[in-house]
Design a protein around this ligand. Structure first.
Ligand SMILES: C[S@@+](CC[C@H](N)C(=O)[O-])C[C@H]1O[C@@H](n2cnc3c(N)ncnc32)[C@H](O)[C@@H]1O
Length: 163
């Protein structure tokens, strides 16, 4: 019997590490650090709004010299931060559906992004609200984590041509 992937491994399996990765609402940055450690050419922008966390986060990420020069830490609000012009691989995980919906609304009109979301809140509500916001589920995986069941989605704008 195959062992189910952890939440982090599931997220890693769904991102596109060839694009710059944005670990939004990152807390201690475990997702972004896993990206840096798995793909030696990956670049990660960590975004966390709580000042108390941000300083420790920068030191935590910099613990490994192999990560040098491949990351930025931004102490900003994911709903206000200036987004890159070029396509990116956005991860917004471990937060509530309303916050994820507000972030997705910021991506309107962009093309070429990879968008991976995760919440422990109701998957049905997440899918209904994101659909009302113009997004559809591209892939969905249910995972168990330290804090219970979570769902991980790859989302894309409704109407985007696949491929
Ligand atoms: C439960 S942690 C999730 C950490 C990580 N994303 C994960 O899935 O393991 C949620 C973090 O999001 C941060 N956060 C909440 N709203 C935010 C916002 N609008 N912009 C940036 N960070 C935010 C909180 O301060 C907290 O550190």
């Amino acid at each position: 019997m195959s062992v189910p992937l952890s939440r982090i491994d599931t997220i890693l399996a769904l991102i596109d590490p060839t694009l710059p990765v944005w670990d939004l609402c990152c807390d201690r940055g475990v997702i972004g650090c896993a990206v840096l450690d798995r793909w030696p050419a990956a670049h990660v922008t960590f975004v966390e709004k709580r000042p108390a966390i941000v300083e420790a986060l920068a030191a935590f990420v910099a613990r490994r010299t192999e990560r040098d020069g491949r990351f930025d830490v931004r102490g900003e609000d994911a709903l206000r931060i200036v987004l890159p012009d070029a396509p990116a691989s956005f991860v917004i995980a471990g937060v509530g559906t309303n916050l994820i919906c507000a972030f997705l609304a910021r991506l309107e009109g962009r093309r070429g992004d990879r968008v991976v979301c995760s919440t422990s809140q109701s998957p049905e509500r997440f899918e209904r609200l994101t659909n009302e916001g113009g997004w559809r589920v591209c892939e969905r995986r249910d995972v168990s984590s330290r804090t219970g069941r979570q769902t991980v989605w790859v989302m894309e704008p409704v109407g985007r041509a696949s491929g």
